[in-house]
Design a protein around this ligand. Structure first.
Ligand SMILES: [Zn+2]
Length: 306
């Protein structure tokens, strides 16, 4: 078993890494770990996670009563206590506000599309717990709905929460969520997010067993908007396909499809050349127009509308 002094040092190190990576600003965020079966070691209230020392930590019992430490325990202690109550298998809890993942939490967009194999095998899906006032009893209630089936979740208009079998596994899941959010954002900016098919998702689920990856619940794939119970399974958006393992994005059609260009653009105008390029095979997904071509294209389109 890891000694208390090692756990204190691990919390300091993880706090430093999260602050360095911009997952927290000022005094945001909190970290806790089980200390035997009856006690928790936790970051204190109102300290920057980038500059902690091992002696700053608090020790509480499982009801949140402070047993040791000069400072008061984290203001989000109630959320941590709820996680330990609901998940006897969880040894550590991490909560921060990583900017890209929190952006998804603010936009109300869960990270639940079947996009990256690594994320599917480790976290499955990353739902959004309903908005709750931070540091009140509302937050543990919002988290309770998802924590039995998920090791990571977004908190609406707030941040993200991850859990693990030790401090580093909880922290690495936070890294995975932020990295996944960043990749998802880039794919969406580029205008296309092809999905992993449902059969492939099932294959990845079997890999969990092969590699001994522990997950609190199975993945349930859906693509028809069917509402599945997220308390029991990790709901992932993955379409059916006829054997193909990747399914082209149907929400954002590729640029090879008809563009809806007005038909009355003069056949030999530079604008027409540009417009033709919009329709042409653009396998790299890029459109390259000169400023003149773009202006002309807009001008002709306005004329065609009159
Ligand atoms: Zn927070």
């Amino acid at each position: 078993m890891t000694t208390e002094s090692q756990l204190r040092a691990d919390i300091v190190e993880i706090g430093r890494r999260m602050y360095a990576r911009g997952y927290t600003a000022s005094n945001d965020g909190n970290i806790s770990v089980r200390l035997g079966s009856e006690r928790l070691l936790m970051t204190p209230k109102s300290v920057c996670k980038g500059f902690m020392t091992p002696d700053m930590m608090c020790i509480t019992d499982l009801s949140g009563q402070k047993l040791q430490g000069d400072r008061d325990p984290s203001s989000e202690m109630l959320m941590h206590l709820e996680v330990y109550r609901q998940r006897p298998d969880v040894q550590a809890v991490v909560h921060v506000h990583p900017p890209t993942a929190t952006g998804f939490a603010v936009a109300g967009i869960p990270l639940d599309r079947a996009v990256l194999a690594e994320v599917l095998t480790t976290l499955g899906s990353i739902p959004i717990a309903e908005y709750a006032t931070p540091s009140t009893r509302e937050l543990p209630e919002a988290v309770r709905k998802y924590i039995k089936a998920h090791d990571g979740m977004l908190l609406a208009n707030h941040g993200a929460l991850t859990v693990g079998t030790d401090l580093y596994s909880a922290y690495y899941k936070m890294e995975t969520i932020e990295h996944f959010a960043h990749i998802s954002l880039v794919a969406r900016i580029l205008g296309r997010e092809n999905l992993i098919s449902r059969d492939e998702v099932l294959r990845l689920q079997e890999l969990r067993g092969t590699y001994g990856i522990k997950a609190p619940a199975p993945i349930c794939a859906t693509d028809d908007g069917m509402v599945l119970n997220q308390a029991d399974c990790q709901v992932v958006q993955a379409p059916e396909s006829e054997g193909a393992r990747l399914v082209p994005d149907v929400v954002r059609p590729s640029r090879e499809s008809p563009s809806g260009r007005p038909p009355s653009i003069a056949a030999n105008s530079p604008a027409n050349d540009a417009a033709r390029r919009l329709d042409g095979p653009a396998d790299d997904g890029e459109i390259r127009l000169t400023y003149r071509e773009l202006s002309q294209l807009i001008e002709e389109a306005i004329k065609a509308l009159r």
